[in-house]
Design a protein around this ligand. Sequence first.
Ligand SMILES: Nc1ncnc2c1ncn2[C@@H]1O[C@H](COP(=O)(O)OP(=O)(O)OP(=O)(O)O)[C@@H](O)[C@H]1O
Ligand SMILES: [Mg+2]
Length: 261
Amino acid sequence: MYKIVQRTEFWLTRSNITKKQKIQVIGASDSVMSDSRQKEPEQGHDRLVHIGELTSRITHDMRNPLTVIINYSTMIQKNSKNKLDKKSLEQLALIENEARKMYRQIEDVLNYVKLPPLKLQNHSLHDILKKVIENIQTADDVEIQIPKTNPQIICDIDKLEIVFVNLITNAVEAISGEGSITINAKTTPDDVIIEIEDSGPGIAEEDLAKVFEPLFTTKQSGTGLGLSSCKNIIERHRGTISVKNNPTTFTIKLPRRESTV
Ligand SMILES: Nc1ncnc2c1ncn2[C@@H]1O[C@H](COP(=O)(O)OP(=O)(O)OP(=O)(O)O)[C@@H](O)[C@H]1O
Ligand SMILES: [Mg+2]
């Protein structure tokens, strides 16, 4: 059984990350910890790779039961609108929301530890955004405007959906109430440029440079992996992602010609 015995810090270098990043590993067993303390740094690194693989396997296997929870709680809400009392319906909505949140966090962890090759294909931006917005939980008082232009994007659609889900969810969480998210798109001879702007309070100036770092979060229940996953995905498409304030705007630049890292 796994239990939290100690928080240990490792230095991990990943091929797709240029600088060394500090990863906190929690949840290893006693024997794992005592072993790694005695071994050479390279064996410690191997152990970290194993922990990565184990994490990836567990999180991967958790997706199926979560999908069942999400699908059935959605279905019961739809089919039982007139049969269930208001409180029960609210509780079902809560189950669905929390399960969706967990699913997204699992996707972030998987995306961080696993790097399968990209499956590049041509997709229209509207199609990608419509699918993402349909599946995202937004309060009725957040208005999402999709771009007037509809450029074609060469991308791995599953990965790009993760990027938009993360950016839109962050915007919704920042707005926390009434507000708007505006998505604009334009093309240059070489790139497609997509901007996601929100009417939220913005990012503290001292945090602007940190938001793409793994595990950076200002939220109580955040993993801080959302934006770092976005950056990984965009960079693997040979693109860039950046952020600025006033209004909070995330800008994605993707090459119009097929190429990956
Ligand atoms: N649109 C936004 N407006 C204001 N702050 C933002 C916005 N997007 C991101 N941030 C800030 O960047 C931090 C990192 O975001 P990231 O998505 O990586 O992690 P998270 O949202 O905190 O947690 P997770 O996505 O794992 O649930 C957030 O905690 C928040 O402080
Ligand atoms: Mg997030």
